[in-house]
Design a protein around this ligand. Structure first.
Ligand code: CTP
Length: 433
């Protein structure tokens, strides 16, 4: 299953210093057997666990440890980290230690592996392995959240025996699971090549006067996650954003403030897009008048007259291009069948292909949180996503978009079958880290 996606692909295999480094030897062998051209990059600590000669013997080129081993480059190429990073079709780091994850998240290039990670624009799969306390530490989890937000994929460690006789989460997944996840990533990476997508994100602001505005609680995280996922699958993405988050790599951002600005930008960009995802919380009303100067405090509060804004998604549904896929979100304060029914009503009312209905009143989910409690509703199906990470929701939405474009015959992907999100968690594992 893994072989077709890996055959002939250049894979940088990063190995950090941990007991689980021994599993990276088997991973290296499996990648080479699957037809990948493997470049092993070891940290100094990794070389204390497993000898570079073992990797050199199994891989397609000698294992490297240092930024300075072959400055000047082979075949006239640039310095090693630049060559490795630029030429890679994928980078997998297994095992990835807390130090490597922290350096990568902070953009610190202290060795060949971190420098290669900062150079590459290819898909990156991080396979953490460490003691349970380290894995569960908020610093490690925060760093992983940063990396995920920037488009890196993380294969969560398995539960089980760890080095030193401990038991808990932190074991490196089995090499076969890592190969499968990497193959899934490579397969997915090009699925949307040639497709233009527009994504809206954040909450619009409707000015009352030069100081005040009407707004909502949307953070923009979900829209940014969808934009990152579409870009990771090869789409050309324009993100129309009313939020000020760090833009995902490779995504063009158009900043807007009001519902009217957003309508103008989205409708213009959608005119030549195959996919539009309205993840923004757009104001339904705006003040009828915007005071030119600050409204001063008076004994009697001034009346506030509101007028409706354009429903952008409904407008997109009305002027839909042939084959265009339209996705909406529905912010609700309901759960279970009622949530799905509200999603279905918005799907029909706005002429969308897919609506992600989410319960913004669920604990730990919704506005400003990293998770969503949601169901995905389309014409023929309702998929309960439960309480899921916004990145995971984004991956499911993009899986569905790929499937819909594929069904309309609008994907040039030779694979035919839509790529699926690689697994977040592996199966059983053995051996400690
Ligand atoms: N939407 C839009 N333009 C608006 C309002 C909403 O494009 N003026 C889009 C949102 O981006 C979202 C979907 O419509 O994709 C549903 O938005 P939501 O706020 O959940 O619902 P509303 O249509 O505003 O209806 P209500 O507030 O009554 O639930």
């Amino acid at each position: 299953m893994a072989a077709p996606a890996l055959a002939g692909r250049r894979v940088v295999l990063g190995v950090c210093g941990g007991v689980a480094a021994y599993k990276a030897v088997e991973l290296c062998r499996r990648l080479t057997t699957a037809g990948a051209r493997v470049s092993p990059v070891l940290t100094r600590a990794a070389a204390r666990f497993v000898g570079p000669a073992t990797f050199s013997a199994l891989a397609s080129e000698p294992a490297r440890l240092s930024l300075f081993d072959d400055v000047g480059g082979e075949a006239g190429g640039p310095v090693p980290h630049v060559r490795l990073g630029r030429e890679a079709d994928a980078v997998v780091v297994a095992p990835a230690t807390a130090r490597l994850i922290g350096s990568y998240a902070a953009g610190i290039s202290s060795d060949l592996l971190t420098a290669t990670l900062l150079v590459t624009r290819a898909p990156v799969l991080i396979c953490p392995s460490m003691h349970a306390e380290m894995w569960l530490h908020p610093a490690v989890q925060d760093n992983l959240a940063v990396l995920r937000r920037r488009g890196a994929h993380v294969l969560a460690p398995a539960d089980g025996p760890l080095a030193g006789g401990d038991v808990g989460p932190g074991r490196l997944p089995e090499p076969a699971d890592i190969v499968m996840a990497l193959a899934g990533l490579l397969e997915a990476a090009g699925a949307l090549r040639g497709v233009k997508a527009v994504v809206s994100a954040g909450g619009t602001r409707e000015p009352l006067d030069p100081v005040r505005y009407l707004a909502n609680r949307s953070s923009g995280k979900q829209g940014y996650a969808v934009a990152a996922e579409l870009a990771a699958r090869g789409a050309q993405v324009c993100l129309v954003s009313a939020a000020s988050l760090e833009p995902p790599p490779g995504v063009e951002v158009r900043r807007v403030e009001t519902a009217a600005d957003m309508a103008e930008a989205v409708l213009a960009e959608a005119a030549n897009a195959q996919v539009v995802v309205m993840a923004a919380a757009v104001a339904d009303f705006r003040p009828a008048q915007v005071a030119p100067a600050k409204v001063k405090k008076t004994a009697n509060p001034p009346p506030l007259e509101l007028v409706p804004t354009l429903d952008i998604l409904a407008e997109l549904g009305a002027r839909r291009r042939e084959g265009q896929v339209l996705v909406g979100f529905a912010a609700e304060t309901a759960a279970g069948p009622e949530l799905a029914e509200l999603g279905r009503q918005k799907l029909v009312a706005k002429g969308a292909d897919l609506v992600v209905a989410n319960d913004v009143s669920a604990p730990g989910a919704g506005f400003g949180e990293d998770r969503l409690s949601a169901v995905m509703v389309s014409a023929g199906s309702v998929v309960d996503l439960g309480l899921a990470d916004k990145q995971a929701v984004a991956a499911k939405v993009v899986d569905a978009v790929v499937e819909m474009l594929g069904a309309k015959g609008l994907l040039s992907s030779p694979q035919g079958a839509p790529p699926k999100t690689p697994p977040e968690a592996p199966g059983q594992a053995e051996g400690g880290a």
